[in-house]
Every structure is written in C-alpha cells, then in structure tokens.
Ligand binder design. Structure first.
Ligand SMILES: [Fe+2]
Ligand SMILES: [Fe+2]
Length: 255
C-alpha cells in the first residue's frame, strides 16, 4: 500500500467521526459488550470511563437520535419499515409461499423466518427469531422458524429440496453442521410439524433475486389475522419476548 504512514486507517477515521458526532450529541451513547465482542474485543464501555470522556453529559436512556424514529406504540409493520435492515428476502419467500397456495401459517412463517438476521443477530438466528415471535403467533409458526435453521442443511428429495448451492459457496464444500444442528434436524424430522418448517426451506432457496418485485402491503392483512399485535406496542407489552423487541427499539439504552 502506498498510503502515507501517518495517515489514519479507515477504522480510525470512522472512530474519529463517531466521537465527533458524540460530542455534538446531547447524551452519552454506549455500545454493549456484545457489540465489542463482535469487533473481536472482550471489553465494555464503563460509566467511569465514559463520563470522564464526556463530562457533564448523561447516558442515553431512550430513543437513539441516530436511528429512524418509531411510533409510540410500534407494530410489527413498523419494525419492518424502520428497524429491519433488509426485507426483500423475507418478502420474496412469503410471496412465493402465497403464490404457491400455501396456508397463511406457512406464509407468515416464511415472512418471519429470518427476522433475527435482519434486525438482531446472525448466530442461531432460527432460535432467536422463534423466541421473538413465540408469544404473538401460532405455536407451529414459531416452531417452524426455530427449526428451519437446522433443516436448511439437510436435503428432502420428497419436496425437491437439496443441500443449498448457496451454502457450498458461503461455507465451502467441506462444511458440516455442528452436532446440535444435526440433533435438531433429527428431532424435527420426526415432528408432526416437520413439513411446515420444511416449506420455509423450500421457499427460502428461491428467494434471493435482487430484482424481484415485492411489497409488504401484500401481507398486512395476513399479519393482522395471524400476529397478535399487543395494544401497548410491540416490545412495550409484558410478553416473555417483549425485551427483545425493546432492545431492537432502543439498542443503545444504558440500562
Ligand atoms: Fe434462515
Ligand atoms: Fe432465509
């Protein structure tokens, strides 16, 4: 590289900009330990250090001013519009299920199958996604979302599903799933709802077309009939997974 030895690296410059923005901001915005772990650092933002760095300011305890504002009582559709980083794949999967004449349960499962990835976390996305939706959907839908993560790695000739070429490209030809995934597959294979989860995989595999025309409006009624929107707002209710939605709503709240 012929970069000047004293010039800042991309990430140093980004850090500098972050800090500059923070000085303009009213309050101190921290990053959770998980965010640091994802950068390869075992460390945390401590209140002592942060207050020394930004004297006279208080920690953020509400909306992050850098993120799109959310309504007072957010719905699942609001999360789709303002918190999900990408919705094309979900909408394509669901559109394919709908056009294939699948029941609404399957369409909803397809629509929600990767919400953990687009809003929250990649690792074990099926498990996280299932827990996020469990209190609000039919048990079968949450189960199918959980197990699609494992089923995706295993073929089922009866529905024309082979091991995904995409996975060969993403993980290399030698990749083998972890034992807990193999065990989840074996349990799912024998389960009465197996085919619901398998249908997520079948619709999943054809849903990576960047030019496909999709529209969330096509699913608003299905969501209305099959997703129990809490009247307090999704995340502001007292369901066992409300805190997950609140974390997506307010990812940088100090506590
Ligand atoms: Fe997935
Ligand atoms: Fe997917």
């Amino acid at each position: 590289m012929n970069e000047h030895p004293h010039s800042l690296s991309m990430s140093e410059r980004a850090d500098g900009l972050e800090e500059e923005k923070m000085h303009e901001m009213e309050c101190i915005i921290t990053r959770s330990t998980l965010a640091h772990l994802m950068d390869g650092n075992v460390k945390m933002d401590t209140s002592v250090e942060m207050r020394a760095q930004y004297p006279g300011k208080f920690f953020l305890m509400g909306d992050d001013p850098r993120l799109p504002p959310m309504p007072e009582k957010p719905t699942l559709v609001d999360y789709f519009c303002h918190r999900f980083a990408s919705t094309a794949h979900l909408l394509q999967s669901a559109t394919r299920a709908l056009k294939g004449g699948q029941p609404e349960k399957v369409v909803l499962a397809c629509l929600l199958h990767d919400i953990a990835i687009v809003s929250f976390i990649r690792c074990d996305h099926g498990y996280w996604g299932a827990q996020m939706i469990e209190p609000y959907v039919d048990e079968e839908v949450a189960w199918a979302v959980k197990t699609h993560q494992a089923l995706r790695f295993f073929p089922d000739e009866s529905v024309g599903y082979g091991y995904p070429d995409l996975y060969k490209r993403l993980f290399g030809p030698e990749y083998r799933p972890e034992p807990y995934i193999v065990e989840e597959y074996n349990r799912a294979r024998a389960h009465k709802w197996y085919m619901t989860s398998r249908l997520i995989c079948v619709n999943d595999i054809y849903s990576f077309d960047p030019n496909a025309k999709v529209n969330l409006d096509d699913f608003v009624d299905i969501i209305g009939r099959n997703f129990k929107q809490p009247k307090e707002g999704l995340g502001l209710d007292s369901s066992p997974s409300a805190h997950m939605w609140r974390t997506i709503l307010w990812p940088t709240r100090f506590l």
